[in-house]
Design a protein around this ligand. Sequence first.
Ligand code: NDP
Length: 301
Amino acid sequence: MTATRIDGKAFAATVREKVATHVTRLKESHSITPGLAVVLVGEDPASQVYVRAKGKQTVEVGMNSFEHKLEADTSQADLLALIDQLNSDPSVHGILVQLPLPAHLDEALVINAIDPAKDVDGFHISNVGLLGTGQKSMVPCTPLGCLMLLRDQLGSLSGKSAVVIGRSNIVGKPMAQLLLGDSCTVTIAHSRTQDLAAVVAQADIVVAAVGRPEMVKGDWIKPGATVIDVGINRIDAPERGTNEDGTTKTRLVGDVDFASVAAVAGGVTPVPGGVGPMTIACLLANTVTACCRAHDVAEPE
Ligand code: NDP
């Protein structure tokens, strides 16, 4: 292995420490406690894990955590009424509706009902537009975490060639906007891209947000490039044996074939322990930012 293993877990811990310091300052100097409300509709197991982790870390940095768990058959009107209530609650500075929502709910309508100033996921169309036009906005947590890791690893990103694989609204598109904002030359690749390996081979920076286990191979990568793996994929791991119910044990892998890429790249994030921990740390940072803006207090840099 030649690449630096980019330790998102350790970096996320430093982000959380800074958040905790700001929370203490807000409490002691301004008597304000930032609050994050997380809304979970239904019982999707992965979403339950994420919501639990978010709640735990919110409390650990000294903020208030408000969890709203709703039945899977909650009506759109009831969900919108809850968002309305959270929008007007002064103790709530950030609102996150855990996605995906059950199929009978209109995701875009629900997200756009959140007060943009409390939209700590950065998915509201106002925040998307502000980010796209280079104005102050709430920035989506996963791409923000990737950007922080890249800046920490590389310093200035100006003039670098970046390829983002994936064009989703929650990762790929905002990631491309952030890299453009840092003066990269950005290419967005997707399922219709022709000769993806050749496109990736041009890049100084590769961000993979696809959802396909270990798709990006070492022989696609320009020597010395920095590779950020957003993917979280659960695959069977027969080498780990079987569960009590006889099913095969599983493990998490990214969209990047870590071993072959690490032999060529300059730096690469592992899965787990790379981008994942940064996402929640950035959610906490966004909540502090939203709180500072709401109270006209200097926000963290
Ligand atoms: P989406 O499914 O919304 O988007 C996937 C993108 O990958 C699409 O744009 C799709 O192209 C593209 N794609 C699919 N197949 C290929 C292919 N063969 N070649 C090139 N591009 C392809 O996923 P998300 O953006 O929501 O998530 C991506 C991954 O990141 C997932 O594994 C998810 O679990 C993970 N994730 C991790 C987070 C974290 O905190 N670490 C947070 C959010 C997501 P097209 O548009 O043409 O269909």
